[in-house]
Design a protein around this ligand. Structure first.
Ligand code: PRP
Length: 183
């Protein structure tokens, strides 16, 4: 599909934001070796930049897979999750959960509930973006990059129907696709 894209957040602003988040994490984790756990697929670009900015030694890098949007631009409300994690990777560890964006909060709250059951020593959330206007489930973002308006966005790991993840900046659609009729 060929959507007309409108720049929303530049590569430079993203880099500055990621560096600031890495400094905050370094400050708070300076005596610890955290597990950094990304939520696939969207967080993979952010997480790879974030860990390379961090000075704190990382114990392990882990991933879980969550999916809520399918091929639509609005959350379906259904979150499917597959965790290929050994409980030992999380238990008694300081875990930093990394998200690209918190939107309705459904994915993140589901992830936090699942990971909490593994009894980490601590569990904190680091999200590059927050879209608070669309929140349905309260989520505390411990390390937040930027708050954005209620626009559908792509780039820097974030997709529309699996496209646009490779863009270095973050863009909105000039003509936002109409959301499907809610059932
Ligand atoms: C996106 C994003 C978050 C989630 C946020 O993932 O990466 O995980 O949606 O939305 P929510 O707060 O409404 O739950 P998506 O389900 O699109 O899967 P993807 O990361 O594989 O693209």
């Amino acid at each position: 599909m060929n959507q007309e894209l409108v720049p929303l957040i530049s590569r430079q602003e993203i880099a500055k934001t990621v560096a600031r988040l890495a400094r905050e994490l370094d400050q708070d984790y300076r005596d610890r070796t955290p597990v950094v756990l990304g939520v696939l697929k969207g967080s993979f670009v952010f997480m790879s930049d974030l860990i390379r900015q961090m000075q704190t030694p990382i114990r392990t890098v882990e991933f879980i897979r969550l999916s809520s949007y399918g091929s639509s631009t609005v959350s379906s409300g259904e979150v499917t999750m597959s965790i290929h994690l050994s409980p030992d990777a999380i238990a008694q560890q300081d875990v930093i959960l990394v998200e690209d964006i918190v939107d309705t909060g459904r994915s993140t709250s589901r992830a936090i509930a699942a990971l909490s059951a593994y009894q980490p020593a601590s569990l904190k959330l680091c999200s590059l973006l927050d879209k608070p206007d669309r929140r349905r489930i309260p989520v505390t973002i411990d390390y937040l990059g930027l708050t954005i308006p209620d626009r559908f966005i792509v780039g820097y790991g974030i997709d529309f129907d699996e496209q646009y993840r490779q863009l270095g900046g973050i863009y909105a659609f000039a003509n936002e696709p109409a959301p499907p009729i809610a059932s």
